[in-house]
Each structure stands twice: as structure tokens, then as C-alpha cells.
Write a protein that binds this ligand. Structure first.
Ligand code: ADP
Length: 434
């Protein structure tokens, strides 16, 4: 027990003993003790009153006159109150600073609860999304920002970044990312990316238009070169240069076709279609195309009952580019294994070759436009340097991922991982965890 309590109890005992002794001397000790107790109680009540006043934020009347336990108690309470008030002021200042700094942010921040109801938002959210306080506090955000991709994204609960039209800017664009930060709350960050979006669209449109414009003159060149090759008046000395010109025209035509395909993929909003895709038939069809040409042996191991939901042109392009690359970079003595199989996450289309492989430090770069490990070899083999960029984009549209494993002089494996939502049985029903 603390010393102050022992002193206090000793004082009470002395007080009562004194009353008892006086009572014994003067007679009626019961009355004396009762009187002493009543006085003690009154003084205790007065000090309790002081304590109550201190807790209410007033100064204690008797705090300076009282000593001992009560003085100490009152002083301690007063000290705690002072500390609490300093802390409160500090939190208020902090809160004001947080409010001012979030208010100065150019990005909109919205705090959502587990039901996607708005709990708080900053000033930029008013500018960017048209939210108003307190009108929109407590409302579901998907009732205010109604873009289907945003609604789907909110329910998916992943933290990737999506791009949707800006509700407040005509032809504007905003990026959205929802980050969970506690068990029940999420922070949605909206950023105005209209400027970057317009620049990117200008670049894309330029590439698409330039490619379209170049295609027609190239077709004319190609036509004339064909005619010249068949013309008996053209001397033998010219055949070599005309052949070379024709090869270059073919190469430019291929590059232009790939550029057009890439900009078409880039300019498509949202995800790829959900048509039924018979992967087995497509893979076998590509195999047949190469059946009579020389090159490494093509082997197939295709799960007969597995199909996809997607865009046929895009997926054909993915499978074709991967198989062409594998053949292009594998010697005739090697082989290319094409596998289509179920996986834990959905299904995998895999092209494994026993070719030249890719240096480890370059694996991450091969999906960049015009990146080639060996530009001379790629060009000589008819490559455009755009195949894997097309593959990567087309797979993204299908929520799929490309992984690459490779070892120099051993071979490479390109795998397309499709999620469950895209995988169906060949009968057309969605696969349950295959
Ligand atoms: P390209 O038209 O040159 O094949 P891609 O974009 O398809 O363009 O591929 C980019 C580069 O990646 C190729 O030039 C090549 O260096 C490398 N590459 C792609 N596939 C393979 C493969 N199966 N084996 C080895 N290297 C590959």
C-alpha cells in the first residue's frame, strides 16, 4: 500500500482514538466517536467536491490549503488534465495539418468502409469526382462513380490501377487505385491523367495513321516490283537488286501490319471479348501451316477438353507469334513443344523450345517494342521486333500473364497463364478449379 494511504489511515485512527478518549473522559464516548466520524465524512465530502470540480476543469478550492493524501490526489488529477489538454491541442494541430495537406493534394483520396460507403474525402475529390460534403458522406461510391469497369474493380478487391473516363472533365481520364489499409477500410486514390492520356493517344494515333498511310504506297511498290520480276525486258543484272527491294518491301509491310495491330490493341478500352475459343483447333491449325516447311520439329500436347473465352484474332496472334519465334530461334535439329494444360490458377499455354535461349539480363526486355537480342539475326529471320509486344498486350486484355524462362544454348519457355474466369471446357461450360 502506498505510504500516503498508510499515513491517511493512521490519521483516521488517531482522530477516532482522540474522540474515544475525550468521550471516555467526558462521558458518552459513542456520541464523540459519531461526531468525529461525521466531521471526517464532511471533510471527505468537501474534498470529493473539489475532485469533481477539478475533473470538470475548475481549480480546486482547497487544494492549496489541504495537505496529505487529498492534496496529492487533486494535484495528480490536475496534472493529468493539463497533460491531456496539451495532447488534445497537439492532436488538433496535427489533424488541421493533415486536413490542410490532404486538401492541397492534387490526387483525390476517398476513405471507404467494407460496404464501399464514403467515410471521408479530400478537396480534390470534389474537384475530380464532384463529391460534396456532407451530402455524399455515407453514400456508396459506386452509386456516384458508376463506370462499369470501376464497379467491377471495386468488387474484385485487387490493388491494380485502372483507367476510367473522368466524370468532371469532358474527354478526360482518371486513374484509380484502391488500397486496403485496415480490416474494414480502403483508400481509393483518383488521379487526373487527362494530359498523359491525350499525349499517349496522340502518339498512338500518329503511329496508326502513319502506318496506314505507308501501307498503300508500299502495296504499289510491291506490285511494280512483281511486274518487273516477270518482265523479260529486265536484264539479269537487275534481278538481284529487284529481289532485294522486294524483300525489303515485304519486311516493311510486316512491320507496318504489326504496328497497326499493336496500336489497335492499345486503343481498345477494357478487356477482350468473351467469345468461345477452341485453343486445340487453333494450335493444330498453326501446326498444319508449318507442316511442310523446314525447321525444328513441332510437338503438341493439348488438353482436349480445355478452351478459352476471349478474342479469337488476338489469341491466334499470341499463339502464332510464340510458335513462330520458337521455330525462328531453334535449329532444325531441335524441337518445339506446345502444351495446353490446366493449372492451379486456370490454364497455361506453353511453348518450349530447345533453341539458342536468351541472356538472363535481357529476358525482362524482350517484350519491349523493337527490342531484339540479336537485331541482325532477327531481321534475317523475318522478325519485326514487335511480336512479343503484341503477345504481352493481347494477354493483358485477357487478364492473362506471360512468363519467360530461358537459358542460353538450352532453350526458352514462354507460358501464357490464363485465369479461371477465362477457362471453359470445350463443351462450353466454365471450369471449376481445374
Ligand atoms: P522478333 O520479330 O524479332 O522475333 P519479338 O518481339 O517476337 O521480335 O521478339 C523479340 C526478341 O526476343 C527476338 O528478337 C529474340 O531476340 C528474342 N526471342 C523471342 N522469342 C525467342 C525464343 N523463343 N528464343 C530465343 N529468343 C527469343
Amino acid at each position: 500500500m502506498p505510504k500516503r494511504w498508510i499515513t491517511h489511515l493512521v490519521l483516521l485512527c488517531v482522530w477516532l482514538l482522540g474522540a474515544l478518549l475525550i468521550g471516555l473522559g467526558a462521558g458518552a464516548p459513542g456520541w464523540w466517536i459519531s461526531g468525529a466520524l461525521a466531521l471526517w465524512l464532511t471533510s471527505t465530502l468537501l474534498k470529493l467536491y473539489d475532485l469533481d470540480r477539478v475533473l470538470d476543469g475548475h481549480k480546486a478550492r482547497t487544494i492549496t490549503t489541504t495537505s496529505g493524501l487529498w492534496a496529492e490526489l487533486l494535484a495528480r488529477v490536475a496534472r493529468y488534465k493539463d497533460k491531456a489538454s496539451v495532447r488534445k491541442k497537439k492532436y488538433h494541430r496535427l489533424l488541421r495539418e493533415v486536413r490542410e495537406s490532404t486538401g492541397a493534394l492534387r490526387d483525390a483520396g476517398v476513405i471507404l468502409n467494407a460496404q464501399n460507403e464514403i467515410q471521408w474525402f479530400n478537396a480534390a475529390a470534389t474537384r475530380l469526382l464532384g463529391l460534396a460534403s456532407p451530402r455524399d458522406i455515407g453514400l456508396r461510391i459506386d452509386n456516384l462513380v458508376r463506370h462499369p469497369e470501376f464497379v467491377e474493380y471495386l468488387n474484385d478487391a485487387d490493388d491494380r490501377v485502372i483507367y476510367i473516363p473522368a466524370p468532371q472533365v469532358s474527354a478526360g481520364r482518371i486513374s484509380v487505385q484502391v488500397i486496403p489499409y485496415s480490416r474494414k477500410q480502403r483508400l481509393a486514390i483518383f488521379r487526373d491523367v487527362t494530359h498523359e492520356y491525350r499525349l499517349e493517344r496522340t502518339r498512338r494515333d500518329f503511329v496508326a495513321n502513319a502506318s496506314h498511310e505507308l501501307r498503300s504506297p508500299l502495296t504499289v511498290f510491291g506490285g511494280y516490283l512483281d511486274t518487273m520480276l516477270e518482265d523479260p525486258a529486265v536484264t539479269a543484272g537487275w534481278r538481284g537488286p529487284i529481289d532485294e527491294m522486294q524483300r525489303q518491301v515485304d519486311r516493311m509491310t510486316r512491320i507496318i501490319c504489326d504496328l497497326i495491330e499493336l496500336s489497335r490493341l492499345e486503343s481498345m478500352d477494357g478487356r477482350a471479348a468473351q467469345e468461345f475459343i477452341d485453343v486445340v483447333a487453333i494450335a493444330k491449325g498453326i501446326g498444319k501451316d508449318f507442316a511442310r516447311s523446314s525447321g525444328p520439329e513441332l510437338r503438341f500436347d493439348l488438353a482436349p477438353d480445355l478452351a478459352l473465352l476471349g478474342d479469337e484474332t488476338q489469341l491466334y496472334s499470341v499463339f502464332y507469334n510464340l510458335i513462330v519465334n520458337a521455330r525462328r530461334f531453334t535449329p532444325e535439329t531441335g524441337h518445339v513443344q506446345v502444351t495446353w494444360r490446366p493449372s492451379d490458377d486456370g490454364a497455361v499455354f506453353e511453348v518450349r523450345d530447345t533453341g539458342i535461349g536468351i541472356p538472363e539480363e535481357m529476358i525482362a526486355r524482350v517484350t519491349e517494342r523493337f527490342f531484339r537480342v540479336d537485331p541482325g539475326r532477327s531481321r534475317a529471320a523475318g522478325g519485326t521486333g514487335l511480336g512479343l509486344a503484341i503477345v504481352k498486350h493481347a494477354l493483358q486484355k485477357h487478364d492473362a500473364e506471360l512468363t519467360i524462362e530461358s537459358q542460353l544454348d538450352v532453350g526458352s519457355t514462354f507460358s501464357c497463364h490464363f485465369p479461371h474466369e477465362r477457362v471453359v471446357s470445350r463443351g462450353g461450360t466454365r471450369q471449376a478449379a481445374v
